[in-house]
Design a protein around this ligand. Structure first.
Ligand code: NDP
Length: 310
């Protein structure tokens, strides 16, 4: 079996090649820059491939996304049709997202940005907030990551809601589904967490019309994909007070350009797409296991549904 590896914007290709080669004895693992005969390539392991990169391999059996989302693969307009896309998911990724969401929801819940501002001014300003059961938080997307995040928030005692495409049942979480459930989900949701996949249906969902359905001074956490958010609408909602604070982990352009207004906005916390970056060793083992399974059986648990976009 032969696999090519490619992370064009990350400059980590060679590291992944060596690590996967060590986990796949008997396989040939190479960089996509030096693939040998393209017809001999069975699998491509990629993060943000460039348009046309994958079309050069006529016999690809599957494409592996180094990450949970497959939007970066589907963005390739010349993507070979019908080749299965395997996501990289696992308890490591889920745990990291639980931690990130808990941290930032608690931070907004306890109004830490204002508390830290008071400290900077040597101001003994006690901010007393409602207890968690009197705080309504909502998670958009109830897949691997969203469901785990919602369960974590419910475990902390928050009045927790979730929204997904199809109806879910999650202990301690009030679940809403579909476009018909969205307004009720948003109504009264004081801290909103986005964990949707990026698809044609969800692109730009975090926009003025959605912010207007949240209670005034809601907080927004986007840890899914940058293009879910309409940047100008968030800035206007922050300026107008409809949104009180935002935490953003993902952006239209990454790295976020140095002159982007988000960097220095006093109501925005920026993190550099670290909410749940899989540990490379763990990720490598998951990818190697999926490749071995797929090579043997023609499928594996983590094959995404490319037609629906996630
Ligand atoms: P999943 O594919 O497991 O779940 C997606 C969820 O979103 C499902 O519950 C699905 O509903 C729901 N959904 C999809 N489309 C819609 C829609 N139009 N309306 C309502 N709900 C919808 O994804 P994961 O939980 O694994 O990951 C979510 C996203 O998180 C990834 O796509 C990626 O973009 C992002 N991510 C960010 C990371 C970071 O570090 N910032 C790290 C890893 C991932 P249903 O179940 O009914 O199909």
């Amino acid at each position: 079996m032969k696999a090519v590896v490619y992370l064009p914007v990350e400059d980590k290709t060679q590291w992944w090649v060596e690590m996967l080669q060590s986990l796949l004895p008997g396989w040939e693992v190479t960089s996509m820059d030096d693939p040998g005969d393209p017809a001999g390539v069975d699998f491509a392991v990629v993060w943000r491939p460039r348009t046309g990169d994958l079309a050069q391999f006529p016999n690809l059996r599957a494409i592996v996304s180094i990450g949970a989302g497959i939007d970066h693969v589907l963005a390739d307009k010349e993507l070979p049709a019908g080749v299965p896309i395997i996501r990289t998911v696992g308890t490591d990724l889920t745990q990291r997202m639980r931690e990130y969401v808990a941290l930032h929801v608690l931070r907004h819940h306890r109004d830490m940005p204002r508390q830290l501002q008071a400290q900077a001014e040597a101001d003994w300003h006690a901010i007393v907030v409602p207890v968690a059961p009197n705080r309504t938080v909502g998670v958009m997307g109830l897949g691997n990551l969203g469901a785990a995040a919602a369960q974590t928030l419910a475990g902390l005692g928050f009045d927790t809601r979730g929204w997904s495409k199809s109806q879910k049942e999650i202990d301690g979480v009030t679940c809403f589904a579909g476009s018909e459930g969205l307004d009720t989900f948003l109504d009264g949701c004081e801290i909103l967490v986005n964990l949707l996949p990026l698809t044609d249906e969800t692109r730009g969902i975090l926009a003025a019309s959605l912010f207007a359905k949240l209670p005034k001074e809601a907080c927004v956490i986007n840890c899914a994909r940058g293009p879910h958010l309409v940047d100008e609408d968030l800035l206007a909602a922050l300026d107008g007070g409809q949104v009180k604070q935002a935490t953003l982990d993902v952006f239209h352009q990454e790295p976020l350009p140095a002159d982007h207004p988000f960097w220095n906005h006093r109501k925005i916390t920026v993190t550099p797409h670290v909410a749940s970056q899989i540990d490379a060793g763990t990720g490598g083992r998951l990818i190697a296991a999926n490749l071995l399974e797929f090579a043997k059986t023609g499928t594996c648990n983590d094959v995404a549904d490319a037609a629906r976009g996630y």
